[in-house]
Design a protein around this ligand. Structure first.
Ligand code: IPE
Length: 268
């Protein structure tokens, strides 16, 4: 039962702010993980790749060892191991929950298939991934610490993985689940006049860049602006991306089904 990859995959990122409690170190948001596994299962997508963020499992640990600055001294080597271990713990919870919902999820560990150069993906072993999709598995990747050909090591965000994978796999669309309704004209958490942008092109995004603020909690890979920056190459490639609030029930389900949903669509 081996078939060619005939359906373009959907590549979905679940932000760390959705699946963990960002304020409490190493604390998963189990009810959210459970609900999202249920939504993904109900959506029953043929050909799906999942990527999740680090939230309180990734960022505070990586920051503690200064990993975002690259290799500076030998004490960081242990920090790399500990950060990666934290990410695998979070990944196990997600993969476990997906399997409980009858989704054939398989962990794909970025630190063993990616090398970055100055923080950008330089090479990625894609063969196992493509084969997994042909076999109807759901590969689950995550933001991770990876080796870097210049800096020794780097933090690779799930957002960069999503964009790069979407291009490599010629994805149908990208779904990004975050803890806000989408892209706003300001920070909706602090600015009540901030307005949701339902649809935006790359040109429109360019004009908006000075307005989008970085998220204020610990996030060594940037907030919304970082996300937009990472999605751009895939959108330029012709792959539409939709940003939805994954803390709200059924938005991820609708985005996966291609139904109308509150969020921001970014298109070329
Ligand atoms: C971060 O991944 C991974 C590490 C810090 C090791 P992301 O940057 O994708 O995580 P979130 O979604 O912002 O939490």
């Amino acid at each position: 039962m081996v078939r060619e990859l005939s359906v373009k995959p959907i590549v979905m990122k679940l932000g760390g702010s959705v699946i963990t409690d960002k304020e409490k170190k190493l604390t998963p948001n189990l009810p959210a993980i459970e609900r999202l596994a249920n939504e993904i299962s109900r959506a029953n997508v043929l050909s799906l790749v999942l990527v999740h963020g680090g939230g309180s499992f990734g960022h505070p640990v990586a920051e503690q060892y200064g990993l975002n600055e690259g290799y500076k001294d030998s004490s960081q080597v242990m920090g790399f191991s500990i950060t990666h271990q934290a990410m695998t713990k979070l990944n196990k919870l997600i993969v476990g929950s997906l399997i409980n919902h009858n989704i054939p999820a398989v962990e794909v560990q970025p630190s063993s298939c990616v090398v970055t150069k100055a923080g950008r993906i330089q090479s990625m072993e894609e063969k196992p991934l493509k084969k997994m999709l042909e076999m109807e598995f759901v590969p689950v990747l995550y933001g991770d610490v990876v080796v870097d050909s210049e800096a020794g090591f780097a933090i690779l965000s799930g957002d960069q993985i999503v964009s790069s994978l979407a291009i490599t796999l010629d994805a149908r669309r990208i779904v990004v689940g975050v803890d806000v309704d989408g892209l706003f004209t300001g920070d909706p958490k602090t600015d009540s006049s901030a307005r949701l942008i339902q649809h935006i092109t790359l040109e429109g995004l360019k004009n908006l860049e000075p307005l989008i603020e970085g998220s204020k909690v610990t996030d060594v890979t940037g907030g919304m602006l970082g996300k937009m920056f990472e999605l751009k190459p895939a959108v330029e490639h012709g792959i539409p991306a939709i940003i939805v609030n994954a803390t709200e029930p059924n938005r991820v389900y609708r985005a996966l089904k291609g139904e109308k949903v509150v969020g921001t669509v970014i298109e070329r």
